[in-house]
Design a protein around this ligand. Structure first.
Ligand code: SAM
Length: 225
C-alpha cells in the first residue's frame, strides 16, 4: 500500500501510461502502478547508488523485470525519446531541485504529455517554472501526513498566465480552499506570528524585516479567510 502522499500522486497518473519516476528511491510508486495494471511500463531513475540498488531490489522482490527498469542517471537524462515516456513523475524532493531537474531536461526540447510533481517545499518555484515553460497546470492536490503537508501539481503542455497569487498558493488549491489547504496556511501564519513576536520583543518592530513578515502574514490571512 502507498502512503497518502504517493496515493495522491498515483491517482493522477493516466491509465495505460508509460511513466518515468525520477528520483524513485524504493520505486514504491512505479511498482504499485505496474502491479495494479495502471501503467504499461515504468522507468525508475536514480542519481545515487544506494537508492538505485533499492529500485533493483524492489524489481527482483516483486518480479517486475521487463516492466520496471532501473536507470542510474541524473534527472531526465535517465530517459530518451525512444522510451516513449508520456508521463514524468518527480516526487518527494524540494521544489528547487525539481525545477533544476526540469530545466536541465528542457534542453532536449521535448514536452511530456503529463508532468506530476510533488515538491516537499517551494511549490511556488515549481509553478513558476511550469508557467514560464509552456506547461499548463490542470490539477492540484494537497494531502497531510502527520504535521506535513504535501502538494501535488499536474501539468500538461499549454500556455497560462498565472497571477502571483496563483503561483504562490496554487490555482486549483485556491479555488477549492480545502480544509487541509487552510490548515497548511494557518500553520504558516502561526509560524510567522512567532517570528513577529520575537522581532517585537527584541525591539525590531520598525524594521524592513518586520514589515516584510507582517505583509506576508496579512496576505496569507486574507487568502484563507
Ligand atoms: N520519489 C520517491 C518518493 O516520493 O517517495 C523518493 C523520494 S526520495 C526522498 C528523493 C530521491 O531523489 C533520492 O533517492 C535521491 O537520490 C533522488 N534524487 C535527487 N536528485 C536527483 C536527480 N538529480 N536525479 C535523480 N534522482 C535524484
Amino acid at each position: 500500500h502507498l502512503s497518502p502522499r504517493l496515493e495522491a500522486v498515483a491517482k493522477h497518473v493516466p491509465q495505460g501510461a508509460i511513466i518515468a519516476d525520477i528520483g524513485s528511491d524504493h520505486a514504491y510508486l512505479p511498482a504499485h502502478l505496474i502491479l495494479n495494471n495502471h501503467v504499461q511500463h515504468a522507468i525508475a531513475g536514480e542519481v545515487a547508488q544506494g537508492p538505485f540498488e533499492n529500485v533493483q531490489h524492489e524489481i527482483n522482490k516483486r518480479h517486475l523485470n521487463g516492466k520496471l527498469e532501473a536507470r542510474l542517471a541524473n534527472g531526465l537524462a535517465a530517459i530518451d525519446i525512444a522510451d516513449k515516456v508520456d508521463t514524468v513523475v518527480i516526487a518527494g524532493m524540494g521544489g528547487i531541485l525539481i525545477q533544476d531537474i526540469l530545466s536541465a531536461g528542457q534542453s532536449k526540447n521535448h514536452q511530456y504529455n503529463t508532468l506530476i510533481l510533488q515538491p516537499n517545499t517551494d511549490e511556488n518555484v515549481v509553478r513558476s517554472w511550469l508557467n514560464n515553460n509552456h506547461y499548463l497546470i490542470i490539477a492540484e492536490d494537497i494531502v497531510q501526513e502527520g504535521s506535513h503537508f504535501y502538494e501535488v501539481i499536474v501539468a500538461t503542455p499549454g500556455e497560462s498566465k498565472l497571477s502571483e497569487r496563483e503561483i504562490d498558493f496554487g490555482p486549483y488549491l485556491l479555488q477549492s480552499k480545502s480544509p487541509i489547504f487552510v490548515a497548511k496556511w494557518q500553520k504558516e501564519c502561526d509560524r510567522i506570528k512567532v517570528i513577529l513576536a520575537h522581532l517585537e520583543n527584541s525591539g525590531n518592530q520598525d524594521t524592513p524585516t518586520y514589515t516584510k513578515w507582517q505583509t506576508t502574514y496579512d496576505r496569507i490571512k486574507e487568502m484563507i479567510s
